[in-house]
Ligand binder design. Structure first.
Ligand code: ACO
Ligand code: ZN
Length: 281
């Protein structure tokens, strides 16, 4: 049985159609058994229902009346919008999103108990509707101060700064909650690269302004980044010394400039004035 399971694990969906894209999948995802023989699945890009045949999707599109994710639009700047979807109020959408996301996430056990999560779905909007670019999920109540459970940028949109936008957005929510946050572990390779890039840029910008005269606690208060993540980031940049039992930031301006030059692009900016949101109670 084990072997059979492993076998079917790789014999899963190979491509999906979503909006105007045909996307090759990366990993196994536990779709209900009746979908498992299909090499290709057809997704409604708005409600994320999936079907085995193109004609079924076409029929569905004639009657599906969603033009954006089923939740509150909490951010709009230009053509970019963020929607907050409550997994309890929109269970099927939440589950569909998890099935879809798992196709690109290897290491995660996805929780199908979607009740406990909020989904923040990033869209590019035009006159045809709001097209999903990526998303992150967040536990409604996290004991471990996680401010993000899973993050995904759909492959056609990757490497354009959306990932860092989603990460920045998760920290803006934490700032509004007055809490520090950290992503759920483990991180994938791409997740780690994106977070390291985000943390590095945010911290270097502040250190440069304050000429290094700032503590880890203050950095954490300003950014909502958890102190441990600040420490590991600054350590990897060799900006930390350990003196008399304490971690001290040593921010030589020349070293800062060198790191800033090497740091990747900043990603798409979150315009906080366009975020209209109150924390989940
Ligand atoms: N090769 C090398 N570096 C990469 C690559 C790549 N293919 N993709 C991203 N990066 C690095 C780069 O440093 C990049 O910054 P740069 O372009 O300035 O150099 C940085 O990551 C972030 O780039 P963005 O364009 O902002 O991010 P993107 O929109 O591509 O999304 C994400 C990043 C969400 C991790 C995406 O790669 C993805 O969805 N991967 C599959 C799912 C996944 O692994 N999610 C994270 C799991 S961990 C968790 O969920 C807590
Ligand atoms: Zn639909």
């Amino acid at each position: 049985l084990r072997e059979h399971e492993e076998f079917t694990k790789v014999k899963n969906i190979a491509t999906i159609e979503l909006g105007r894209y045909e996307i090759e999948t990366w990993y196994f995802s536990p779709f209900p058994p009746e979908y498992n023989e299909s090499l290709k699945l057809y997704f409604c890009e708005f409600c994320l229902n999936f079907m085995k045949r193109k004609e079924q999707l076409q029929r569905h599109m004639r009657k599906c009346d969603l033009k954006h994710p089923p939740g509150d639009e909490i951010y709009r700047s230009g053509t970019l919008s963020m929607f907050e979807v409550d997994g309890k109020k929109n269970k099927v959408y939440g589950q569909n999103l998890c099935y879809l996301a798992k196709l690109f996430l290897d290491h995660k056990t996805l929780y199908y108990d979607v009740d406990l999560f909020l989904f923040y779905v990033l869209c590019e909007c035009d006159d045809r509707g709001c097209h999903m670019v990526g998303y992150f999920s967040k536990e409604k109540h996290s004991e471990e101060s996680y401010n993000l459970a899973c993050i995904l940028t759909l492959p056609p949109y990757q490497r354009k700064g959306y990932g860092k936008f989603l990460i920045a957005f998760s920290y803006e929510l934490s700032k509004k909650e007055g809490k520090v946050g950290t992503p759920e572990r483990p991180l994938s390779d791409l997740g780690l690269l994106s977070y390291r890039g985000y943390w590095t840029r945010v911290l270097l910008d502040i250190l440069k302004k304050h000429k290094g005269n700032i503590s880890i606690k203050e950095l954490s208060d300003m950014t909502a980044i958890k102190a441990e993540d600040i420490l590991t980031t600054l350590q990897s940049l060799e900006l930390i010394q350990y003196r008399k039992g304490q971690h001290v930031i040593c921010a030589d301006p020349k070293v800062l400039d060198r790191h800033l030059k090497a740091a990747g692009r900043g990603g798409l900016e979150v315009d906080v004035s366009k975020l209209i949101w109150t924390p989940y109670k």
